[in-house]
Design a protein around this ligand. Sequence first.
Ligand SMILES: CC(C)(COP(=O)(O)OP(=O)(O)OC[C@H]1O[C@@H](n2cnc3c(N)ncnc32)[C@H](O)[C@@H]1OP(=O)(O)O)[C@@H](O)C(=O)NCCC(=O)NCCS
Length: 173
Amino acid sequence: MSTIETPRLRLRPFHATDASVAYPWLTDAEIMRYMPTGQDHTLQQVEARLARYIAHQDRHGYSRWLIFDRATGEPIGDAGLLTLPETGEIELGYRLVKPRWGKGLATEAAQGWLAYAFDHLGLTDLIAFAHPGNPASVRVMQKCGFHFLRHDQVGGMEVVVYGIQRAAITGQG
Ligand SMILES: CC(C)(COP(=O)(O)OP(=O)(O)OC[C@H]1O[C@@H](n2cnc3c(N)ncnc32)[C@H](O)[C@@H]1OP(=O)(O)O)[C@@H](O)C(=O)NCCC(=O)NCCS
């Protein structure tokens, strides 16, 4: 199964042909402001990022996935899991085009990923991190049941790291 469905959203892995679809938000300075990788500037950079996501999917069975509005079919962002090279921890991240902010959609995408990660992939521990100046992202983590773990640096960026365990969601170890 390589789709996630929530009441309003459908998520699927990126294809190499999706670069022009994701270009609008991956090159947006405001959306990408708190990403350790920074924003992309060219279609070639977007293609290279998607190639990394596709390779990650092939290697691990999860990655950042495209988010579609189920009602309209419109692509509205991406969300998913990446393994952090620094620690080996698996990080849940999310970003949406700006007209879709403030409607609970990032929380819905994150909750869809938690169910997929714990029930389908059998993962037991996830983290999420945010720049301290990004309270909306921290709030999404809290609404999903993540708890504060530590202050840290990721890719040279100051972050707060939150964590969640499968046992906390499912009652199983
Ligand atoms: C962060 C982001 C994904 C949130 O998406 P979203 O769909 O608006 O999130 P939700 O609606 O599910 O929840 C946002 C919560 O943050 C709250 N919030 C928003 N701005 C806030 C602020 N400035 N201060 C405090 N809380 C804030 C909202 O009120 C909401 O909480 P509530 O439901 O308790 O009212 C979106 O703003 C985004 O894509 N930002 C750019 C990319 C990014 O920063 N991603 C996270 C990287 S770590």
